[in-house]
Structure formats: structure tokens, C-alpha cells
Design a protein around this ligand. Structure first.
Ligand SMILES: Cc1cc2nc3c(=O)[nH]c(=O)nc-3n(C[C@H](O)[C@H](O)[C@H](O)COP(=O)(O)OP(=O)(O)OC[C@H]3O[C@@H](n4cnc5c(N)ncnc54)[C@H](O)[C@@H]3O)c2cc1C
Length: 472
């Protein structure tokens, strides 16, 4: 193995190969602290060519490659398995140094960015050119474009702009044998056979290493309006979304639901946060409208609609942000729920989606089944209701110990995921399968679908060295 590491060091430079335990530690565990692995070393190539040579070197030695971006993934996808599961060893391949913005084409409305670019860096580069790159999620200060692509990340603006798959025009990928596929096309129309980029988007590093991407840019909104709306139940939220969309069309750019317990956790753990409305409402939605027309009075449009909704008794209360700072404070509440839940203690998390029309039924039936089976459990429900996607999480009953609660994960998941499946939904709307849901997915995908996935894996990675033990 000494020789192998020497060969890697010769490719990336000695300082970019980490093998001391302390240096490797941050790369061997996940954001939630649920997974910890081992690796032969961590390598940090600085160019696509170096990535290709590293991957070829690993292929030659039969060593597995675990691509890693910002390591903010929530399903253990970027964590190596360790020698018990992977006896010939794994190399963590950090893309962090591939952080150049290669091009920005204002006429074509595209930006070409390397995989290690932090999402926020790409948003800022687009903004500096008077454009919008709309992907936005709470981990945007650390998550990378390569990770966003590999998990087909969603976030808070999918409703208007789509998820990462819909935001991508071209990719550059290092294949499992070390060849480079240059698919960096910046075309909105290209019907020349299979659309290969879609194989790698959402593949969680199991088919190749994404090194660069051409992403779509959009006009920058010039006006926005943000409201915090209290509602009786999720059905009222879905109905409000319908009326809001009728009224304001594609200007509805975010529509996020926050259950009472989720809000209470943010209020408890995030310093400086406060409830935007008096009275403890059971449900709230955070609504954002945006428009590129500078003179358009979005606040007035929102106010008229919400006043009519309150008058009709369909909305309990609402507040419209009067400044950017107030809007930011509302978003802070939403974005800090995951952090607050982490501080509160252990939790069992789900990232399900169902058709928007079945959200209300999902929440009612899941709540009822879980509360009956696990008395005292605290259901922390929030998410992108406009996309039919809920982070339907459980915090332990106050009196229960952590270990006893976590032991119930399998039984809890069965209830939640079986119900999502019954309602024609998905058990992973945006976070992927990683290690976390690799076994569970077998229950929900047909044998035909699993066969197709295995056939693709075999065709692109016959030796099974790309991020083994994840997805499949
Ligand atoms: C607080 C918080 C909020 C979040 N909110 C959202 C949200 O709203 N929506 C959402 O979709 N996700 C969300 N996430 C999850 C996470 O941020 C995303 O999945 C993100 O896209 C991962 O990017 P990363 O660079 O951290 O990837 P990593 O965690 O490093 O990797 C994720 C997966 O992609 C693979 N990978 C990484 N880079 C490459 C590459 N260049 N080539 C091939 N494979 C690669 C890894 O092997 C792994 O399987 C959230 C996470 C946190 C911590």
C-alpha cells in the first residue's frame, strides 16, 4: 500500500495526500454524526486531469473511490465504509480544490463551474453578473456543486425553478476507468441520443466523479415579498398554495410549511429568534413571491390575497415582512430547524414526497399511527410543501433515553415509508439513498427498476469501485 500512496502523492503532490488520523478525521464522518468510516488516505486533486489519474490509479490497484464535496449530505453517501465492508480499501477523493468558475456566458445565461465550487460562491458569481442561480438550501455555505449534482439537490425554490437536474445543461465526468467524458454542452436543445448527464446526476458518486458542470442562469428578481402565514392544518396550507398560484402564477417562488413543534425547536435553540405571530398556531407557511419587474407591487398583491383569506376564515393570521431584514429573520427560522433539532438531541428523520394533493392525508395518517404506537413521540414536521416534500422527523419522547428511541428506527421507518409508498410517494425526495436507505429501497422499487439500476452500474463501473455500498 506504501507504493500505492506514493503513486497518488506523485499525482496530487505530497501535501494534498492526507493519511495521518487527525488530518483525515473530518473526512471520515458525516454531518449528522451517524456514520464513521476508515480510508487508506484522503486525496485532494487540483484539476480534472489529476482526478482522472487518481481514479485510474485506484482502478489499477482495485481500491475504491469515495467522492466527497462539502460533506453535508444526510445519508452517509460521502463516508467510506471501512475495511470490514471494503477489504481492498477506499480513498476519499475530495473535490474541494476544483473550485474555479470556468466561464459565465450572459447571452446564453449559463455558468460553467467546477465540482468543488461552494453553492454560495456560484450564487454570488451569478449575482455579480446580474443573474440568478436559484438553487438554495440551508447548507449552501458548505455544500458543493458536485454534491448538489450527485444528490440532485432540491431546496427552497424548486417550486419555481426545479431541482438540480432541471438546472443542468452539461457535465464533465471522470469515469470509473479514469477516462474523462467531456459533456460540457451549454445547449437547451440537443436530441442526439441518450442524455448521459442524467445518469450521473443523483447517482451519489456511484457511477463516476463529476468534475465540472454547465448550469442555467435566470433573470435576477428585482422585487420580492415574504409572508409568514398561520393556518389551522396542512389541508388549509395546500388550499392556500392553490389560490396563491391562481392569483400570482409563477411569482410564487417558495412555499414552506412549518409545524408547531418544528417552530418551537427553532425558538428554543436559535439565539435571537422569535415567533413572528402571537398565539401558538399549529401550522405556518413561509411564502415568498418574486418578480423581475421593478415596479410590481408584490406586497400589495400578497396583502390583498391574505386579507381576503383571513376574512374568509381560511387563514388564522399573517404578517408580511416590511424590510429585507425582517424577511431574512423569517427565513432564518425556517433554515435553522435542522440545526435546532440537532441541538435538541437524537432524531429519526424522513425526507418523503407525495403528490401535493395527498400531503394532508399523509400527515394525518402518519401522525395518528406514530402517536398510537410510540406514545409521547414528538413529530417535527416541516418542508417544501409546494413540492410535496416533507422533512417528517421524530424527536424522542422527553422521558425516553436516546438508545431506546433509536432502536425503534426500523419500526418507525416502516410506518412512515409504507404510507408514503401507499400514497404513490418516494422515501427519499431530495437527500438520496446513500448508506441510510440502500437496503430499504428494495422494499419500494420493483424488481424491474432495481435490475435496470444494476445494469447501469455494471456497464459504467464493472469492478464496483465507485463509492461502493451506496445506493445499490
Ligand atoms: C442543514 C442542512 C440542510 C439541507 N437542506 C437541504 C435541502 O433543502 N435540499 C437538499 O436537497 N439537500 C439538503 N441538504 C443535504 C445536502 O446539503 C445536499 O445533499 C448537498 O447537495 C450535498 O452537497 P455536498 O457537497 O456536501 O456533498 P457531500 O455530502 O460531500 O456528498 C453527497 C453525495 O454526493 C457524492 N459526491 C459529492 N461530490 C461528488 C462529485 N463531484 N462527483 C460524484 N459524486 C460526488 C458523495 O459521494 C455523496 O454520495 C441539507 C443538509 C444540511 C446539513
Amino acid at each position: 500500500m506504501g507504493d500505492f500512496k506514493e503513486r497518488l502523492a506523485a499525482i496530487v503532490g505530497r501535501s494534498q495526500l492526507l493519511s495521518a488520523a487527525a488530518d483525515m478525521a473530518p473526512f471520515l464522518g458525516d454531518w449528522r454524526g451517524r456514520y464513521r468510516g476508515e480510508a487508506l488516505c484522503v486525496v485532494r486533486p487540483g484539476s480534472t486531469d489529476e482526478v482522472a489519474r487518481v481514479v485510474a490509479c485506484c482502478a489499477g490497484a482495485g481500491v475504491a473511490v469515495v467522492p466527497q464535496g462539502g460533506n453535508t449530505g444526510l445519508v452517509g453517501g460521502a463516508t467510506p465504509l471501512g475495511p470490514a465492508a471494503c477489504p481492498r480499501g477506499e480513498v476519499v477523493l475530495s473535490l474541494a480544490r476544483l473550485s474555479r468558475i470556468r466561464a459565465l456566458d450572459q447571452d446564453n445565461n449559463t455558468i460553467t463551474v467546477e465540482a468543488g465550487c461552494i453553492l454560495q460562491q456560484v450564487q454570488e458569481a451569478a449575482a455579480a453578473a446580474g443573474r440568478l442561480f436559484p438553487l438554495s438550501l440551508a447548507a449552501e455555505g458548505s455544500a458543493t456543486i458536485g454534491g448538489n449534482l450527485s444528490t440532485n439537490a432540491g431546496g427552497v425554490q424548486v417550486l419555481r425553478y426545479g431541482n438540480m437536474r432541471e438546472l443542468t445543461l452539461g457535465l464533465e465526468v471522470v469515469l470509473a476507468d479514469g477516462r474523462i467524458w467531456n459533456g460540457l454542452r451549454a445547449l437547451r436543445k440537443d436530441n442526439t441520443g441518450y442524455d448521459l448527464k442524467h445518469l450521473f446526476i443523483g447517482a451519489e458518486g456511484t457511477l463516476g466523479v463529476i468534475t465540472c458542470a454547465v448550469l442555467k442562469l435566470f433573470p435576477r428578481p428585482r422585487v420580492s415579498a415574504t409572508a409568514w402565514v398561520a393556518l389551522r392544518d396542512p389541508a388549509a396550507a395546500v388550499a392556500l398554495l392553490g389560490r396563491l398560484t391562481d392569483h400570482c402564477g409563477e411569482r410564487v417562488s417558495a412555499f414552506e410549511i412549518i409545524g408547531r413543534k418544528a417552530l418551537d425547536l427553532a425558538l428554543k435553540h436559535i439565539p435571537g429568534s422569535r415567533d413572528p405571530l402571537a398565539g401558538a398556531h399549529a401550522w405556518q407557511v413561509l411564502v415568498e413571491l418574486t418578480d423581475t419587474l421593478a415596479g410590481f407591487d408584490l406586497d400589495a398583491a400578497l396583502e390583498t390575497l391574505l386579507a381576503a383569506e383571513i376574512e374568509a376564515g381560511r387563514v388564522e393570521d399573517a404578517v408580511i415582512a416590511q424590510s429585507e431584514a425582517q424577511a431574512a429573520a423569517l427565513w432564518q427560522l425556517r433554515e435553522n430547524i435542522s440545526e435546532a433539532q440537532k441541538i435538541e438531541g437524537v432524531s429519526i428523520k424522513h425526507d418523503i414526497s407525495v403528490p401535493v394533493s395527498r400531503i394532508s392525508e399523509f400527515i394525518a395518517r402518519a401522525d395518528e399511527a406514530l402517536e398510537r404506537r410510540f406514545p409521547g413521540v414528538r413529530i417535527v414536521c416541516f418542508g417544501h410543501i409546494g413540492d410535496g416534500n416533507l422533512h417528517y422527523n421524530l424527536s424522542k419522547p422527553e422521558a425516553q433515553d436516546n438508545a431506546g428511541f433509536i432502536e425503534q428506527t426500523g419500526a418507525v421507518n416502516l410506518i412512515v415509508h409504507d404510507l408514503a409508498d401507499e400514497l404513490s410517494g418516494s422515501i427519499s425526495a431530495e437527500h438520496g439513498l446513500g448508506q441510510l436507505k440502500r437496503a430499504e429501497i428494495l422494499r419500494y422499487k420493483s424488481a424491474v427498476e432495481m435490475d435496470l439500476m444494476r445494469a447501469i452500474k455494471l456497464a459504467l463501473d464493472p469492478a464496483g469501485l465507485m463509492n461502493p455500498g451506496k445506493v445499490l
